[in-house]
Design a protein around this ligand. Structure first.
Ligand code: PEP
Ligand code: MG
Length: 759
């Protein structure tokens, strides 16, 4: 059975069209189970069931017959959302006779719903002449098959491949909507431009070279041109990016060098240039892919992209970019940094990458450039969409193709409101973040790139609440030296002086490994991450701590060193001892620096129950609500399939956040929050109401949150919290907070989109 199922599913994916796939299913199922009739009914958006594929009944009805939800047994299966197994169908009160369909001789009936994410999309039916009940194995087979088909039906619906099988419903259009991961916040509207590789490595055949010397010449010229391309892109990017981000392009140049050596050796061994390139790229990419970590898979995309670039030069394929629209949304299997840089930045309204996460190089660069981005939108069809209107919703990780007029209009209006609100927010820059009843709330920024310094200061940041030091580490192809680190940290500290700067020790692992420091684990989020890595590598920890302290020399700004992923008290003792040692060493080297403040992130649930002891042993606490949500709710923060379950204001999260703030204040320690939650108006109101002293967020969100803070009182926020803590779901909590903001005339701060419901 398992083999039969596997083959059906494989053939399903190989079928030339969705219609052919359905025909194949009914034919194969009736053969494998030896049943006389097998049918598929699919539900349209108006709720009718259409007879779309069949084996055994009158074929003329396929594509023509449809049943209302209350007509026939198919409707009963859908209503009950479970299998119905009957000996004699016609004696069921809901049996619906269709003249001419030739169902008359059949008694036995088995109907199984096709369900995707709780929604019944259709029904699979078996029928037989014999008066009998289908046995357990047959039912189990059909249920398993229906579950496998469900995802394909949903995909076909989303991609429009279902068109022709189901009639158009009034008001329906070709709009399709896809879910991904929010990459860079913001709304982008433009025309789709798919970046497909112009040269395809997989089409290259391998063969012996006639003249190795000539092939080597060809290859060297190609690699030289690819190198010149990357250098040109690097130059072009100088007006948009700081030198640190542009180091990424140096890393590409190093990769090209490594590639050149590998390919040349293969050419000398007899392979022609294109074949040698293909072999080298496939081998290098496979090495990355086998490593299983998401970050390294992303590097394999970089390798392939470079390979394709060189191949295009070898095949003398010119730049075949057609005339680009003024507003374009770049879509690709994997949007890489050089690919993005190939397009005029001022025309890029949005980015959609089918693969990758917030930590991909493409997403990091898009963030630095402020382009709304959705990552990991794996279901977006890559072919045949160029030129379609696309809305990229980087707030909620959604992409709309050919949006219906009311949807497009609602986004245009939202975008216009956002732009107007942004102008209003510009005036807030130098105003204090003080509530109506006179409480100052520290609004700091989360940072990782040098290019964000100016943006952060322009938006009125009063300090750095989280410096993600792994970002500069990820830009190079080896660990940065202590001096290189010092220079980067210094740049931030000088720019922010005398404001406080919170530097987090390296938080690699999980979804943020380094290409040059591979970590292979089955369960990386529960593995060697954050402080677990750096305590095992005291040399890395010490050089980072020393670099941070040296960067602070002669400045008034307070250096705060923060430890990620702490789950037990001994980790704090060990890390504090290393920080003290680093301080002694820095003093011995002749730098006159004060010891830094030391803080701990609360992002592992166990730390909530130890928070009083933790807070007593350090200078400050900061909640990492992104990871805390992930670990509290057991929901991968980067998995679009469970994105709806990633609830930062889940009742359990609110209870935890309040407990943390209360315990910290009991021992007189300041407490901040630096997850995404702090950068939302709803989260800011809740956190202020709970007594958080510092809200740290992406610079882009800061003015909006400042506007909210200046327009509410702490008393208002506390009242909201008291009510919210009594609620049973995050949906209820969010609706309540938004409603409170609305009543206080502050609703415009919430980046919301209430889309018109489907017709
Ligand atoms: C967090 O986990 O909330 C956090 C701020 O850290 P990061 O997002 O870098 O893991
Ligand atoms: Mg974290």
């Amino acid at each position: 059975m398992l083999d039969a199922l596997r083959h059906i599913v494989q053939d399903l994916d190989a079928a030339p069209s969705f219609r052919a796939a359905l025909d194949m299913i009914v034919a194969r199922v009736s053969m494998i189970l030896d049943v006389e009739v097998c049918s598929i009914f699919l539900r349209d958006r108006a709720g009718r069931f259409h007879f779309v594929a069949n084996e055994g009944l009158n074929p003329e009805f396929v594509g023509k017959l449809s049943l209302a939800a209350d007509e026939g047994l198919v409707g009963v299966v859908a209503e009950r959302a479970e299998p119905i197994n009957l000996e004699e169908a016609s004696s069921h009160p809901r049996f619906f006779y269709v003249a001419g369909l030739n169902e008359d001789p059949y008694g036995a009936f088995l109907g199984v719903p096709i369900i995707h994410v709780r929604e019944v999309l259709g029904v699979l039916v078996l029928q037989d002449r014999e008066v009998r009940r289908y046995d357990e194995n047959e039912v189990a087979f059909l249920v398993t098959l229906a579950a496998q088909i469900a995802g394909r039906v949903a995909h076909a619906e989303a991609t429009g491949n279902i068109k022709g099988l189901l009639p158009a419903v009034a008001g329906d259009t070709t709009e399709s909507r896809f879910k991904g991961i929010p990459g860079v916040p913001g709304i982008g509207i433009g025309l789709a431009h798919v970046a497909l590789p112009t040269a395809r490595l997989e089409l290259v055949t391998e063969r012996e070279a006639g003249d190795a010397a000539a092939e080597l010449d060809l290859f060297e010229s190609a690699i030289g041109q690819a190198r010149a391309d990357i250098e040109r892109i690097n130059q072009q990017m100088a007006e948009h990016l700081g030198p640190e981000e542009r180091e990424l392009f140096d890393a590409y140049l190093h990769m090209l060098d490594a590639l050149a050596d590998d390919v040349s050796a293969r050419i000398r061994a007899g392979q022609w240039a294109q074949g040698a390139l293909k072999q080298a790229i496939f081998e290098q990419a496979a090495v990355f892919e086998r490593m299983q970590s998401s970050y390294l898979r992303e590097r394999s995309a970089d390798v392939r992209e470079l390979g394709q670039r060189v191949l295009a030069k070898l095949q003398e394929i010119g730049d075949i970019k057609t005339a680009l629209p003024d507003s374009l949304v770049l879509i690709a299997e994997e949007v890489t940094a050089p690919m993005m840089a190939d397009f005029p930045i001022e025309r890029l309204r949005g980015i959609v990458s089918l693969k990758g996460s917030r930590n991909s190089h493409g997403a990091i660069l898009a963030d630095a450039l402020g382009i709304p981005t959705v990552m990991g939108a794996g279901d977006v069809p890559i072919y045949g969409i160029t030129g379609q209107t696309v809305v990229v919703d980087g707030y909620y990780g959604e992409v709309f193709f050919n949006p219906r007029a009311p949807v497009a209009e609602s986004y245009r209006q939202f975008l216009a409101e956002e732009e107007e609100f942004a102008r209003e927010l510009e005036d807030l820059r130098d105003l204090p973040s003080v509530t109506q009843d006179g409480h100052a709330i520290n609004l700091w920024v989360n940072i990782g790139l040098v290019s964000e310094i100016t943006r952060s200061l322009d938006r009125g940041a009063e300090g750095i609440g989280l410096f993600r030091t792994e970002v500069p580490f990820a830009m190079g192809d080896r660990f940065p030296t202590e001096e290189e680190q010092r220079a980067i940290y210094r740049e931030h500290m000088e720019a922010f002086d005398p404001r406080p700067v919170t530097m987090r020790t390296l938080d690699i692992g999980g979804d943020k490994p380094l290409s040059y420091f591979p970590i292979n684990e089955d369960n990386p989020f529960l593995g060697w991450r954050g402080i677990r890595v750096t305590l095992d590598h005291p040399e890395i920890f010490l050089s980072q701590a020393r670099a941070m302290m040296k960067a602070n020399v002669g400045l008034d700004g307070i250096l705060r060193i923060m430890l990620p992923m702490v789950s037990r008290l001994e980790q704090i003792e060990e890390a504090s001892a290393l920080i003290q040692r680093a301080h002694r060493e820095v003093l011995e080297e002749g730098y006159a620096v004060k010891p830094p403040l030391v803080g701990v992130m609360i992002e592992v649930p166990a730390a909530i129950y130890l928070v009083q002891e933790i807070a007593s042993s350090v200078d400050f606490i900061a909640v990492g609500s992104n990871d805390l949500t992930q670990y509290m709710l057991a929901v991968d923060r980067n998995n679009p399939r469970v994105a709806d379950l990633f609830e930062e204001v889940h009742p359990a999260m609110l209870a935890a956040l309040r407990e943390i703030a209360k315990r910290c204040h009991e021992v007189g320690k300041p407490v901040g929050i630096c997850g995404e939650l702090a950068g939302t108006p709803e989260g800011a109101v809740l956190c202020v109401g709970m007594g958080y002293d510092v809200l740290s967020m992406n610079a882009a969100n800061l003015p909006r949150v400042k506007w909210v803070i200046r327009n509410v009182s702490v008393r208002f926020c506390r009242r909201v919290v008291v009510q919210a803590l009594k609620m049973r779901s995050s949906k209820e909590i969010l609706a309540f907070v938004r409603n409170q903001l609305e009543q206080a005339n502050l609703r415009q701060a919430v980046p919301h989109h209430e889309l018109p419901v489907r017709g």
